[in-house]
Design a protein around this ligand. Structure first.
Ligand code: FAD
Length: 386
């Protein structure tokens, strides 16, 4: 191609552009980013930036590209992207528009979301002045915000409709082990508790209860930012994901996708999967960029995700869909690992304060090494020897 347009100035868009240049591409390269900031990293927003030890997470390497900030793509047609700035012709395009938080809706009260660096700075300032914080959603974002608010000694309440924390990512048998962590940090965790309304004093709960709080934070998930692709011919899944093939190509024409928005067919795990992970955003963008340049590399990673919360480091590798056999390795009062088995095949692992297990599990999953679930359950046996 002589003209490549990358839509989205987040980690995936940035990595796609950097990879094109690193692979020797010397044609036209335009990156359209809706935000006013050059590409930056998001994981520290709910960790170091909220804690105040970091204020700027801008990605370092200089992009040799025409980076258009505050420029939102509005539509895609064969050969052109139309944006708030005009028309950008392309021979190949990489879609990397990421996701936006789901709002609580139906309220005039200001509710904090956490997706952008602006959101994070606003929340940090609000936490400074607030005495009490209500966090809706005991997911990845909610638990990290709760961690910070508790460290500041605020009165923190986390409210979730599900029976256990991280319920969309983990079964109750695993998430249940996280429940005591909240009390240990002085956080009031209300499970099985749908929020029914918001007002100036706080939130009202199903069953008639309420939680009064100076600030309300919503962490109830995110959706692919792909509304602008409707009518473009790019196939979209019901949740808004861009459906791509194993080389991350979608259509029509030379259209590729990477990062949070893409759903790809996984040979390793079977079926089509989509994840919202830093590691995947970078890796999928590298593959998409190389394939734009004529490679036909399949994308078939072992997904990896981490979170620092409530005094623990959680690391997840692989992919599980609920049909697997769940095995607990170690004891929840110490470091431990949950393992998901399909017969003798390890499909996923969640390690709590246990980085060695994650490293080993990642290799075992990628290489499809058969294991004994019984032996793997014994923390005295190394995973690689199970
Ligand atoms: P994004 O980073 O969302 O970037 C997409 C960009 O495209 C955005 O700047 C957006 O404004 C822009 N855009 C959207 N629509 C348009 C348009 N029409 N035109 C132009 N530009 C557009 N992952 C982990 O693995 N570990 C963690 O600990 C972790 N912590 C996180 C903490 C927070 C607070 C958040 C928000 C995310 C965290 N993640 C974490 C997830 C990880 O950051 C994301 O998976 C990753 O940022 C996805 O990259 P992306 O480039 O696909 O999307």
């Amino acid at each position: 191609p002589r003209r490549v347009v990358v839509v989205g100035g987040g980690l995936a868009g940035h990595t796609a552009a950097a990879t094109l240049r690193a692979e020797g591409y010397d044609g036209g390269l335009t990156v359209l980013g809706a935000e006013p900031h050059p590409p930056y990293d998001r994981p520290p927003l709910s960790k170091e930036l909220l804690a105040g030890t970091v204020d700027d997470t801008t990605l370092k390497d200089d992009l040799d590209a025409d980076l258009r900030l505050r420029c939102r793509a509005l539509s895609l047609r064969p050969g052109t992207v139309e944006s708030t700035e005009g028309v950008h012709p392309y021979d190949a395009v990489i879609l990397a528009t990421g996701s936006s938080p789901i709002g609580l809706g139906g309220t005039s009260r200001a509710v904090h979301a956490l997706r952008t660096v602006g959101d994070a700075r606003r929340l940090r300032a609000a936490l400074r002045d607030a005495a009490s914080v209500a966090i809706v959603g005991a997911g990845w974002i909610g638990s990290e915000v709760a961690t910070r608010a508790a460290a500041l000694d605020r009165k923190v309440t986390v409210i979730d409709a599900a029976p256990t924390p991280l319920a969309r990512a983990l079964p109750g048998a695993v998430g249940g082990h996280l429940v005591p962590w909240y009390a240990e940090q002085g956080i009031d965790l209300r499970l099985n508790t749908p929020v029914t309304g918001l007002d100036d004093r706080g939130v009202s709960l199903a069953g008639g209860g309420r939680v009064d709080a100076d600030i309300v934070v919503a962490g109830i998930g995110a959706r692919p930012d792909t509304g602008w692709l409707r009518g473009s011919g790019v196939p979209l899944a019901p949740d808004g994901a861009v459906d791509a093939d194993a080389a991350l190509r979608t259509g029509p024409g030379a259209v590729y996708a990477a990062g949070d928005i893409v759903r790809w067919p996984s040979r390793l795990f079977g079926g089509r999967i989509r994840v919202e992970h830093w590691d995947h955003a970078a890796a999928s963008a590298q593959t998409a960029a190389r394939n734009v340049l004529g490679h036909v590399e399949p994308y078939d990673p072992v997904p990896y995700f981490w979170s620092d919360q409530l005094g623990h480091r959680l690391q997840y590798v692989g992919h599980h869909d609920g049909a697997e056999r769940l095995v607990l390795r170690g004891h929840p009062s110490d470091s431990w690992t949950a393992l998901w088995f399909d017969g003798r095949r390890l499909r996923a692992a969640l390690a709590v304060d246990n980085p060695r297990d994650v490293r080993e599990a990642r290799r075992l999953i990628a290489d499809r090494v058969p294991l004994s679930a019984e032996r793997a359950a014994d923390p005295a046996v190394r995973l690689t020897d199970a």
